[in-house]
Design a protein around this ligand. Structure first.
Ligand code: SAM
Length: 263
């Protein structure tokens, strides 16, 4: 019977994949891949003879095609191989199910059709981020949002914790047909963020290194500089907290403790 396993390859080539995920890639009948660079593609080809790239479903140059349609076609291609009775492994860069919808859609559909389907975790861009900027997200917490969703819906930002905006280079690109945003849309984003942060607030453009010999990009700019900053498909925006944690006096009273007693 056909079966589907979605695995993550991590962000950094070859070194960040878990042994169990690699073993699934090696033993799969068919591997579908969605990775960002040529190195990773070549490396996957060494692990399995039948690796098929899902990139081919994205719009070709000059073509206008919604990413939603591309995702549907990817899921269809994956499911057809599961239905053919194969062990199908989908290898996505990073974590297969973090800010990545194809794995979730394919697993859901496979299960609905009665096939076994599961996901194995991988090292996401966010996992690399905390390591590279030397911050424990547990210290003050963090919010993690897709930049366009942050613009289009009423999210409430917590100024006491970190804010991560994913797909910052696509902020406000609601048509799902373009692969970059514009300075005008980034200006709207900055204006929106000014409800919580000043224009001089320092933010970080973060890009984890894809290969071991590269350094991560950790570039500090002011919020005002964001619209003209150099952003690309792998950039994540990190907005550090603007306010210091304050004690909740009501809860302290209920717990019958004083500030001095807190460890
Ligand atoms: N599944 C991926 C993961 O686990 O990291 C995330 C995929 S999401 C569709 C793409 C977004 O992830 C990018 O726009 C960026 O925000 C973030 N991202 C991907 N690669 C990155 C990298 N090397 N450094 C920083 N952020 C990255």
């Amino acid at each position: 019977a056909g079966r589907l396993v979605c695995v993550g390859t991590g962000i950094q080539l070859a070194g960040q994949i878990s042994p169990i995920s690699q073993s699934y890639i090696e033993t799969a009948d068919v591997v579908f891949s969605l990775v960002t660079d040529g190195f990773s593609t070549r490396w996957l080809n060494e692990l399995n003879d039948d690796v098929r790239s899902l990139q081919t479903f994205y719009a070709k140059e000059g073509e206008i095609k919604s990413r939603r349609q591309s995702y549907d076609e990817m899921v269809e291609a994956i499911l057809s191989q599961v239905a053919a009775g194969k062990l199908v492994v989908c290898a996505f860069y990073g974590h297969p199910g973090v800010f990545a919808c194809v794995s979730h859609m394919a697993i859901k559909q496979a299960k609905q059709l009665g096939y076994k389907a599961s996901m194995l975790p991988g090292i996401s861009a966010e996992a690399c981020l905390w390591a590279d900027i030397n911050v424990d997200p547990g210290n003050v917490g963090f919010q993690s949002l897709e930049a366009t969703q942050f613009l289009l819906y009423n999210h409430v930002i917590n100024p006491y914790s970190y804010l991560l905006l994913w797909q910052i280079a696509l902020a406000g690109e609601h048509t799902l047909t373009q692969f970059s945003t514009t300075e005008a849309k980034l200006n709207i984003l900055v204006e929106h963020l000014q409800q919580w942060y000043s224009l001089s607030h320092e933010v970080i453009i973060y890009e984890a290194a894809n290969v071991a010999f590269q350094q991560p990009r950790v570039e500090t700019i002011t919020l005002a500089e964001l619209p003209t900053a150099d952003l690309n498909a792998i950039s994540t925006l990190v907005v550090p907290p603007v306010a210091q944690l304050t004690l909740n006096q009501q809860i302290l009273t209920k717990l019958n403790i004083t500030a001095a007693e807190i460890g």
